[in-house]
Design a protein around this ligand. Structure first.
Ligand code: PMP
Length: 283
């Protein structure tokens, strides 16, 4: 029996009942977070909690228990017997249930908080050999920095990628490459690592932040600058980052082969350093 977290309690998942008036259901009025469990610890939980609090603040959702996330996420791992395997925990917080109105409920209602955990098999093959990704106009709103559950442009775009046998959809806004439907993207040009700067046009990925730190510690030159679509042919290496895919090389972008069509040396060296960091944390 799967155990989930709902409004302060750990419950059998099938006992959870959500109101049809929940604003998450009616308006996608909520935020989420996803953390990765590495057989013994959550990777950079504190950054996930910081981002969670920021998302809540930006949407003006009052949930005072954000600091309890690490504890109940750990309980979810234990109660679902996931301690000894790669796993993820998903958390969603919505503005709560109230009669449908565009304005916030008045008086305020308690937020709805739901979390669950699942074990998964990392996609080692993609991480080692790389993936092909599509390119498409960024059809999202202008607050991509908020980890909102309103993900329809992301899901539609990713579905299009899947239907074309591709592993991610990378967005272009005003001629600049922003990020993927559920990942950030990095490029290597002449030994310099490029990625879109933090802004309202991308989600500030926790993996992005850690990969930038690792690259910096390794002495790699970094430019947090958006790459113009018309400079794609200059890209020698590319990779995406996110909590589950970690760092995954990109060998084809919008039909353009990247470098030799195999993961490049800068990508591989950052990947190795990331793996070593995980190994050291495992102890
Ligand atoms: N951008 C978007 C749009 C995402 O959905 C994600 C994954 N949540 C990321 C970037 C990567 O973020 P993280 O490294 O924190 O998983």
């Amino acid at each position: 029996m799967e155990t989930a977290y709902f409004n302060g309690k750990l419950l059998p998942k099938d006992e959870i009942k959500l109101s049809p008036d929940d604003r998450g259901f009616l308006f996608a009025d909520g935020i989420y977070e996803v953390v990765r469990w590495y057989e013994g610890f959550f990777y950079d939980m504190s950054s996930h909690v910081t981002r969670l609090k920021r998302s809540l603040r930006e949407l003006r959702i009052n949930w005072s228990e954000a600091d309890s996330f690490a504890a109940f996420a750990g309980n979810l791992i234990k109660m679902n017997n996931l301690e000894n395997q790669p796993a993820m925990v998903y958390l969603q917080v919505t503005r709560g249930a109230a009669r449908r109105s565009h304005s916030f409920p008045s008086p305020e209602v308690p937020p709805t908080v739901y979390a669950y955990a699942w074990g998964f098999m990392p996609d080692r093959n993609s991480m080692e050999t790389g993936i092909k990704v599509m390119l498409k106009e960024d059809i999202r709103w202008s607050r991509c920095d908020i980890k909102s559950v309103a993900l329809l442009p992301n899901t539609l775009s990713f579905q299009e990628a899947c239907e074309n046998g591709l592993k991610e959809c990378i967005f272009i806004r005003n001629g600049l490459i922003t990020e993927g439907s559920h990942s950030n993207i990095f490029f290597v040009i002449d030994n310099t690592l490029f990625t879109h700067p933090e802004s309202n046009h991308i989600l500030s990925g926790i993996t992005r932040k850690n990969i930038l730190r690792i690259a910096q510690e390794s002495g790699i030159k970094i430019r947090e600058e958006a790459l113009q679509e018309n400079r794609i042919r200059l890209i020698q290496e590319a990779f995406i980052t996110n909590t589950s895919a970690e760092l995954t090389p990109v060998t084809e972008l919008g039909g353009n082969t990247i470098g030799e069509g195999v993961p490049g040396p800068v990508t591989k060296s950052i990947r190795t350093k990331f793996d070593n960091e995980i190994k050291a944390l495992k102890g």
